[in-house]
Design a protein around this ligand. Structure first.
Ligand code: FE2
Length: 141
């Protein structure tokens, strides 16, 4: 079973987002553990919903933070970062459908690998901080 091990290298230096990232990793591991333990789809879907209840507002916060980026590099970053969010949501929705239809759950955990892309999203946040700083849009750092 592949879970995500929290690493302080994931810290981006913004305490609120860092705290949410830490909670996300714990919630993802709960989803993966519940699936691996053979829990019914309803249980696994409920845990995914709990995770998304944190993830969606988190993504919205980041989107709002990136809105004022105006330099070419900042705009390019925002485009990549938003595409990463959209792709993640697309894959989560596909996974939810697979679990609901019984195509994915306790036997084949491949679909849950979508969660393993979360460190990439956190890496994207790290780049975001750099772009916000470059354009002097970060007031607390
Ligand atoms: Fe994030």
């Amino acid at each position: 079973m592949h879970t995500i091990q929290w690493s302080d290298t994931y810290l981006i230096g913004l305490p609120d987002l860092d705290a949410e990232h830490r909670r996300m990793v714990a919630m993802i591991n709960a989803v993966i553990a519940a699936a691996a333990d053979g829990n019914p789809p309803k249980t696994v879907l409920g845990l995914i919903d709990d995770f998304m209840a944190l993830m969606l507002p988190h993504m919205k916060t980041e989107q709002e933070m990136m809105e004022p980026l105006a330099m070419p590099q900042g705009i390019a970053h925002r485009r990549r970062h938003l595409a990463g969010h959209a792709e993640f949501i697309r894959r989560i929705n596909a996974l939810r459908a697979d679990i609901a239809d019984g195509r994915e759950c306790n036997s084949d955990l491949d679909g849950l690998g979508v969660f393993l892309t979360v460190p990439e999203l956190i890496n994207s946040d790290y780049e975001m901080v750099g772009e916000l700083r470059r354009e002097r849009l970060l007031h607390n750092g």
